[in-house]
Each structure stands twice: as C-alpha cells, then as structure tokens.
Design a protein around this ligand. Structure first.
Ligand SMILES: [Zn+2]
Length: 870
C-alpha cells in the first residue's frame, strides 16, 4: 500500500495475542460469490472454504466484521453439520461451533451472508464518479478483508481463490485472476463473471471492482496489461500504460522470476483512501495518481505516477509472491517496494534524476527517525489500530534507505543475487526478516546478519562524528558513533547505549572514497594525503547523520560544487541542519551553506535547501525580522531567477522547468518579491480567462501565490473553474489554490466546504491539514478540527483522525503543544498513539530551536542587511 503523505517499542508488547486466530485450521481454497445490490447498498455472498483441520476440534474461528451470517455449516468426512455462529465484535472474530468434533484433515466451511457496501473506503465499499454513477470496490489491507467475507484474515494464511461476481448488465467486474467465463443471468438484468483460480495469496490481497469501467490494453513480455478508469477517461491512460509496460519488462529481468500472476490490471478510482494498493493482478489507485494528461501534467505528478506504478508493481514480487509472516515485518513489503521503485523509473526516464529525489526521501526519514518517539523497523503490533499505524515513514522511507546502504555495502550484483534467491525460496509463501538477512549473508559472504539487526531491531540512527588530523602525509580520521536525537537536551546530556554496525564511507579533499564497517563506538580511519576537509558520508549512501568540526564544515562549504556530488550536497544540508537543531552549529552556518549554493542548478539540491529556507521563515523568524529575511531570500534567489526566467524556454529540461516553479514559489512566498507576485497575478488572470488546458508545472505556484492576498472574487473564479475540470490533476491544482487564501473569511469558508458534499471525504483532511500549515490559517483550522471532531475523526475509516494528529505537528509553541496534548488525550485516536507522541515532540523541538537559534538569526540578519543592500 502507499499512502499519500507519510509520518514506543513499549506500547505494543503488553497487548498480547488476543487478536490472532487460534491455530485450529488452515485455508486451502475459497470459493466466493459476490452479488452487489446498488439499490440497497448491500451485497449477498456465498462462500465455501476448503480447510485443513490441524487437530480435532468442535469449533473453527474466523475473522468477520459487519457481516450478517444467514446460514453456516461445516462438512467433514462426508458429514455436514450446521454450525452455531458466535461473533465477537471487539476481536472481529466469529466462532463456528459444531456438535460433533471434526477430526484433523480436510473439511469445508459453507457460509451464506450479507454485507454492507459501506462509505468508509475500506472493506467492500461504494464509490461514485463525477456523474454520480456508483461502483463497488475493495480495499483490504491491512485487516479489512473480513468486512467482505469471513476469512482467515492474517497474512500467513495463504490460499487460492475462485471468485464469481453477479453484476448488473451495464457493469464490468474485475478481480485478481483472468475471466474464465462471462454468461448472462441468473436474472435478465444481470451477468455472471467467473474468474480462474487465483495464485496462492494472503486474504488482504484479494480484490474486486464492479462498475462502469473502461480500459485501454497493452502487453509486455506476453503479460496483458490494462489501465482502467470510470467512463470518459481513456485518453488519460497512455502514460500509465507506457510506464507499466516498461517496468514489467524491467522487473522480469531484474528478478529473473517472470511476473507471477498471468495478467495485470491497474484501475484509477475517484474514491480511494490511500495512494494505491498492490492487490495481486489488480492494483487499485487514487485516480489522480494514475490517470493523467501526459501533455499538460506537471512533471512532479508524472514522476509521482511513475513512482507509484513502479512501487505497486514491485509489490507483485515483494509482498504478493513472498509475503511477510506477520505485520511486524511489514517493512519486508513496503521498504522493498520503496527501495525498488526508483530503479525502473531511472532506467525509463534518466533525465528525471529520481536517485536524487530518493535521497531527499532518505533525509526526510532521517528526520522521523531523529525523534525519541520513533520506532524500530521491526515492530510488534497486534490490534488493527496498531497494525494500521505501522504504515509510516519508518516502514517505507527508512527501510528503503537502509536497503540502499546495504546494497552499496555488499555490491548491487551480490544484492540482486541474494534477493533473487530469497524470492525463489519463499515464492507463494511467507518469510521473516531473519530469512532475508540469512540469505543475503550467505550469498554475499559479508556479515549482513550482523549489520541488519542493528538497523532493523534498534530504533533511531547513528550520529557519526568525524575529526581529522594530518599525520605524516596521511589524514587520520577519528570516527565515533552515538544515537542522534533532535531533542537538544537529551542529545547533549546522555551517552547513548546503542551500537550500530555501520558501513561508513569517508572521502577527503585530497583523496577518493574509503569504506569500512564501523563496529565499535570509536575507530580510526586513514585517508591517503592531507586536504582541507573530510566528508563523513561519501556517496551519501549511509543511513546516518554526520557530525563535523566547525572548520571542517566551513572548508566543505567553500568547495561545495566542485568537491561534492549533488547527492552529497543534499546529505550535507540535512546533516548541518541536524547539528543546528541540537546546538552543535549556529543556524547561520546553514545560511552560509545556502549562500554557497547560489549557482546550484540541480533541482533536488535546491529544493532541499529551499524547504529549510521556508521552514526558517515559518518558525524561527520574528515578525519584525521578516522583511530583512525576505530581502535576504530575494537576494539568494536572484541568480536562479535570472538563469531560469519566468517563462519556459524552448528545449529546456523538465528539471529546469520544475525548478523555476519552485524558485518562484519561494521568491514570491518567503521572499515576498513584488515582481514575482505581480507575475503570479498576471499568469492566473490569463489562465482563468482561457478555456485551454493548464500548464500544471507552473499553475500550482502561480495560483497559490496569487491566492495569498486574493479576494472573494478570485476565490469564486477558482471555484467555478474547479467545477469544469477535465482531468483529476486540474481538480487538485484548484483545490490547492483554494487552500492558499489568507483572508480569514475565505479560510472559514474553505474549511466548511471541506466537510460539505462538494469535497470527497478522501480529500477533506488534506484540505484541513493544508490550511493548518499556513501561518494565517493554523489557529482557525485547529479550532475547526476541535469543533467538528466527530465528523473528521470518522473520515476514511479512521485514517482521517490519524492524519490530523500528524498535521498538528505544525505548531511551534509550548502552549500550542499543551492544547494538542489535552485535546487528543480527551479525543483518543487509537491508530495514532505513536503519532501523537511524535507530534508533541516535534512541537517541543521546534519551540526549543526557536528559543536557541532565534536571537542568533536576528543578529545575523542585522549584520547581513548591509551586505544584501550593497
Ligand atoms: Zn506499498
């Protein structure tokens, strides 16, 4: 699964195993028939589960939720007995009891039931397209297959599935497997679609979609691929189809195991809570992340679509073919898919430099993992809420970064050979973390089984501090490791007990890269020759923070463009910021580093720096210093604006096009550049007056800048345009613009609109979070959340509440922190217990940073003003 946005070990360990099925039987095959009724918004189901009874028993326990059992029986040794059904709502289980004990061996369970086509975006749920046409679709991960059929709904209970759908005549039905037959009946207005027996798989990967869908078709390596959407969107399918074809071939080659599921369908859905879901052979997507207008889509969205298609397709091997034994190893699914996804995209579109984008994700993961309330990659979880909370920045970003480090440590070919062997060994089955690193250690001959547990079972990441000295023509580098924490007091007070086995690569200004495994708290490295500086994460492949002496950083800063690769520059920016956070370096060192990037042309490097420049304005600058900081930002961005201009140039790279948009956004927003703001208004007026398609790479920037001091007339024009959009992307461009107004009346109006039928429930929380993130909107949005809690908490089957807990991390004073704590203590969100602690910690760290670095910043701006003016 892939979420749109990403986010204590003690927590889960006492919950016990009450929520796991008892080991009484294992499923072998399910025969399932679903008959959705779109008039009553329910579905009728019949089910036969072939099972293997493990020991003599008079009861079988299954998972079920919101299921109405009409009849149930169990057949064993030729005898069929009616089963007494006892549901337990709290554990989402149901016990089927028979009078005569079942002996061990084969048996079948027969059930007739009714279920709800709900509006919660989980289980078997109801969606609608823009014309109001209903469709029904499933979303089961992690624990919602049980809302569609009684099942052994745990990942290790793999089975095959024979699915049949009785659909309205006008509807098509799609599922994991190919269509076996499609016949009219059983009544005049219906048809019955039978699918072939699926591959052996976990219940959370079963999928069905029923509705008026249309597709375009293609194939790669003999595998049929179709891209589906609701009617009238076929012209938006081409980009996804091209990417899926390319990736299919790439993955077949890379894994050396041919795509294991006969056919691949990808479907874009107007109502969908996550980003996408990797059901075997039928991947479901949020429509805007699959169906795009190739010619006018923003480059960022094209990259996002390619990335998510690649991520979900990688899951066909990592997750679907081989599945984690239990949810505590969800990283074996999500981390692998996240690590893998840039590879085929980079091969398809090398000009996008996705490897650098990936590195920015690593820097973000280092941020999450710098919190005391982070978690180890491998994390116990028992209840559905705890399992849901595991789909966070650690499972995705951190794991991907650790795998990238491991790949660099043992070499890409050795890594690939290990992965291939691991997949072959566990195909159509389940695996654990130990299975993975044992195989990799064996194949590579390196101590992967010692390195990985230190990163997987231990929370946080190492801070690798270097100090160099020139001794007789050789640089002697003392390297020390300890745990890094954003919390300044704790970081500076405590010696950490953690020890990592870290593959460390150093490079000096006088010599190339030297790599070694750091196994102790402290070690000496030698680099040939003596130079001005030493870089502690050469190649930027290590998942660790680096700490430098002040002189070392200053020397690197003056050699940034020649001495460091773009990847190393991105990592260094993150490292210096981490040292600023804990008071090891003044914030002004970061600003000096930013000034050293004046002529930077790499978009990801610039974007990394600009995010921090915005953060400083948002949180650290006092209102009286704002104008001086804005002047500094304008000065900083002048060379880039001069190089890029305001209008696209013929033949320019997509990277430059996107960089222009980002630079103008910061120049107009943080820099308050009157020229840029005037341009944004002109551009917006022109776009709103035209009926032509938007250039979405720039539209976002222009509209949101124009909206900052936009009036009600401008708001209404955007709203009107939003109602006439032709692509899902255009809809979100207008949605983003509407969220950018700073007039309190318009903010209120927009907040109320979020909960009206005009905004789909999947988008409502995003609107509120966006507004909460604005200086002008934070307090208004927070009050709105508090007064509408009952409505917002329920959104997307409970995802909504968790997202808002994360969104509250945007505050930066102790008083706001207290308010957040109080509110969420009274209004608990079970799937965001860790999320709440993280948000509170972020607020505390932000307030601390402001108090320690604010005065230095003010002084620096004071001294600096003269120079900017010159
Ligand atoms: Zn995923």
């Amino acid at each position: 699964m892939k979420h749109l946005a990403l986010l204590c070990a003690v927590l889960s360990s006492f919950v016990g195993f009450a929520q796991r099925l008892p080991e009484l039987a294992r499923p072998v095959n399910y025969k399932l028939t679903f008959a959705p009724d779109f008039e009553k918004n329910i579905f009728a189901g019949t089910e036969t589960i072939s099972i293997r009874v493990l020991k003599p028993t008079s009861e079988i326990v299954l998972n079920a939720a919101q299921i109405d059992f009409l009849s149930s029986s169990i057949t064993s040794a030729g005898v069929t007995q009616a089963a007494k059904v006892t549901p337990d709502k709290d554990t989402q289980m149901v016990t089927l009891a028979v009078e005569k004990r079942l002996s061990a061996g084969r048996a079948t369970i027969q059930v007739h039931f009714n279920g709800l086509l709900n509006d919660e975006l989980r289980g078997f749920y109801l969606g609608k397209d823009e014309q109001g046409r209903k469709y029904a679709v499933t979303q089961f991960e992690a624990t919602d297959a049980r809302r569609a059929f009684p099942s052994f709904d745990e990942p290790a209970y793999k089975a095959t599935f024979d699915i049949t759908v009785i659909a309205d005549k006008k509807h098509v039905a799609i599922s994991n497997a190919k269509v076996l037959s499609d016949e009219p009946g059983p009544t005049k207005d219906k048809h019955t679609v039978k699918f072939t027996t699926s591959a052996k798989m976990s219940s959370y990967l079963v999928a069905i979609a029923v509705g008026e869908f249309e597709a375009v078709e293609g194939e790669a390596d003999g595998i049929p691929i179709r891209i589906w959407g609701t009617p009238g969107k076929k012209q938006l399918d081409g980009f996804a189809l091209d990417s899926a074809k390319f990736f299919m071939h790439y993955f077949n080659q890379y894994f050396g195991i041919k795509y294991p599921f006969e056919k691949l369908d990808l479907i874009g859905l107007p109502d969908f809570a996550a980003g996408a879901m990797e059901n075997t052979g039928l991947i479901t997507f949020r429509e805007a992340l699959l169906l795009i207008d190739d010619k006018h889509a923003s480059i960022a969205l094209k990259r996002a679509v390619a990335d998510i298609v690649s991520h979900e397709m990688a899951h066909m091997w990592f997750g679907d073919l081989v599945t984690m034994q239990w949810w505590d190893d969800i990283w074996l699914n999500e981390g692998f898919a996240t690590w893998m996804s840039p590879k085929p995209v980079a091969a398809w579109k090398p000009e996008w430099h996705v490897e650098l984008q990936t590195l920015r994700d690593t820097v973000t993961s280092l941020g999450v993992d710098s919190l005391e309330n982070t978690r180890p990659i491998q994390q116990a979880a028992e209840t559905p809420a705890q399992i849901q909370e595991l789909f966070d920045g650690i499972a995705y970003g951190k794991t991907a970064a650790v795998l990238r480090m491991l790949e660099a440590y043992i070499g890409p070919e050795s890594f690939r050979a290990g992965v291939k062997q691991y997949l072959k060994q566990h195909a159509y089955g389940n695996a654990t973390a130990t299975d993975f690193w044992t195989t990799l250690a064996k194949v590579s001959g390196k101590p992967v089984n010692r390195v990985m547990p230190t990163f997987v079972q231990q929370a946080g990441m190492p801070f690798v501090a270097v100090r160099s000295e020139c001794k007789q023509g050789t640089t002697e580098v003392s390297v020390r490791q300890r745990r890094y924490l954003f919390d300044r007091e704790r970081f500076n007070r405590e010696q950490s007990k953690e020890l990592w086995q870290v593959p460390v690569c150093l490079k000096g200004s006088a010599a190339g890269k030297t790599c070694r495994l750091l196994t102790e708290k402290e070690a000496l490295f030698n680099l040939p020759g003596c130079g001005n500086w030493t870089l502690a994460n050469a190649g930027a492949e290590g998942f660790y923070r680096s700490g430098y002496e002040a002189e070392n950083v200053h020397a690197i800063a003056s050699d940034l463009e020649k001495g460091l690769t773009p990847a190393e520059r991105i990592m260094l920016l993150g490292d210096v910021w981490a040292s600023v956070q804990v008071g090891r370096q003044p914030v002004t060192d970061y600003l000096a580093l930013a000034e050293g990037l004046e002529d930077e042309t790499s978009r990801p490097v610039m974007s990394e720096m600009l995010s921090q420049v915005e953060y400083i304005e948002h949180y650290l600058i006092s209102s009286q210093d704002q104008p001086r900081y804005a002047a500094w930002v304008r000065h900083l961005l002048t060379p880039s604006i001069r190089r890029l201009g305001y209008e696209p140039k013929p033949g320019e790279s997509e990277e430059d096009k996107q960089l222009r948009s980002r630079v103008l956004q910061v120049a107009g927003g943080t820099g308050q550049d009157p020229e840029v703001l005037a341009w944004a208004r002109r551009w917006s007026d022109r776009a709103l007056a035209s009926d032509g398609p938007l250039d979405n790479t720039i539209a976002d920037t222009a509209f949101s800048l124009a909206a900052r001091d936009g009036d009600i007339a401008f708001y209404d024009r955007l709203l009107e345009k939003q109602k006439q959009v032709k692509t899902p992307e255009d809809f979100y461009v207008y949605l983003g613009a509407l969220n950018s107004f700073t007039d309190p009346k318009l903010i209120e109006r927009n907040l109320n609109r979020a909960l009206s039928p005009e905004v789909r429930s999947q988008d409502a929380v995003g609107v509120i979070s966006d507004i909460m993130d604005l200086s002008a909107g934070g307090a208004l949005a927070w009050n709105f959340v508090k007064s509408h809690w009952d409505e917002v908490a329920k959104i997307s089957g409970g995802f909504g509440g968790a997202e808002l807990v994360n969104a509250a991390s945007t505050f930066c004073t102790a008083e706001q922190g207290e308010q957040v704590r109080e509110f969420f203590t009274d209004h608990k969100v079970p799937s965001a217990e860790r999320g709440l602690q993280q948000s509170l910690e972020r607020i505390h760290n932000c307030a601390d940073l402001r108090s320690q670095q604010g005065p230095r910043l003010a002084q620096w701006l004071n001294d600096h003003e003269v120079r900017v003016g010159q």
